[in-house]
Design a protein around this ligand. Sequence first.
Ligand code: BOM
Length: 141
Amino acid sequence: TAEVMSHVTAHFGKALEECREESGLSAEVLEEFQHFWREDFEVVHRELGCAIICMSNKFSLLQDDTRMHHVNMHDYVKGFPNGHVLSEKLVELIHNCEKRFDSMTDDCERVVKVAACFKVDAKAAGIAPEVAMIEAVMEKY
Ligand code: BOM
């Protein structure tokens, strides 16, 4: 659900500042991670892909091939309030997007494509959070 996704985003987003330097993602492109879900934010920058890889690695959410670690992602999402209602769907949506861009060899470019696909599909599935929902839970993490 969108409520659970707001918790996941708030927590995951805390890793952004640790990853800014190595990813090269400027504050002009993305100031705060929760803006990822804004209607007018375009998920297109290669540096955002690099940042998502770096952030995911902080929580061991990726395998050695830079694809999602299914078990760890499932457990990560399950750890949030009502996480069990989102975990399976989130893993399914991300994996479906990974399959569509599997032939891309640049990891950062591929992950930003997967993230953009995930944003579209999460909205369609009704599990994309409003930025205000994320801001409401930011202080918990
Ligand atoms: O193939 C690499 C898969 C990378 C997984 C991350 C994709 C989605 C990241 C962008 C949105 C994040 C919002 C909430 C946290 C989900 C972990």
